[in-house]
Design a protein around this ligand. Sequence first.
Ligand SMILES: *[C@@H]1O[C@H](CO)[C@@H](O)[C@H](O)[C@H]1NC(C)=O
Length: 339
Amino acid sequence: KQLSRPGVRMRMPRGGRLFLATCLGSLVSFFGKQFEIDCCILKITPASIILTRVEPYKQLQLLADQKSLQGRRELLEQACLSHTKKRRVLSPEDLKHLIVDDKHSLLYCYVPKVACTNWKRILMVLTGDGRYSEPLAIPANEAHVAGNLRTLSEFSVPEINRRLRSYLKFIFVREPFERLVSAYRNKFTRSYNTAFHKRYGTKIIRRHRTDPDPEALEKGNDVSFQEFVQYLVDPRTQREEPFNEHWERVHSLCHPCLIHYDVVGKYETLEPDARAVLSLAGVEDIVQFPTPGKSTRTDGDMAARFFKHISPFYHKRLFNLYRMDFMLFNYSTPEYLRT
Ligand SMILES: *[C@@H]1O[C@H](CO)[C@@H](O)[C@H](O)[C@H]1NC(C)=O
């Protein structure tokens, strides 16, 4: 408890990098010296966490859910083995998307455009010491205020490892192109998102529109999906800075091959998966996942409509960009894709 006071931050010393090792007995380098840190993520298998967490009377009830969740986790592990070459080590900076609930021993990696507002609301209820009781009563913008929730990157390496080892870790993912189109629509086609228009829209128009008119250049508020795609596949984009989290790949945001998530929830099956997480966390009596206003099934073909106007050249590039997310989370190559 004391170690989780706000303000106990990890300082990254200049020149020296403190690595969080991700495998048994890894050597890490710190100020040029090698030493062994208390390790690590792999010691407790995800399966054993689930088993110890599920109380006996709940096991039967959860069996059906658990099976598909287990299959997903195994598939992820296999895909990681076959598609990731080098084992990377993580630094605390890489853990900015992992939200911590010390009270209920939960770690949630948030992925924008995958119901993350509601999950943040849930975590605010769970960590709020009674300040909130109803997730939907928390305004969306408040759920996204940095500092309302704690992230794993704020802790020291031993404190990070301790949580990674014993907490229930979960993530929610979505078909990558549905997520991408959702991000585009939300950030570039809504007039209120002026911050995104200024920050990204003006740049996209400057680079990818021939003969832009001065107003578009100034406001950046009418970026087409085609232009957005050109921006994404342009090698300069990622050379200059990492993608914005709304279109960054889950693979890069949440490191699913290094952090062994216990539950990989899917947007396509949001309700049952959310129920399973809350039940495994033992908090289903405290909070319920808000039922979505609009059906998630109806926008299952949104990406197809947007991709129709994109040339095969860009289909291929874009698929290469998001390939890992497709493979790791068992999403099949879209039928509309022309490569
Ligand atoms: C992977 O996807 C296929 C095709 O959609 C599906 O039949 C299969 O059950 C999935 N596997 C897992 C482990 O989720």
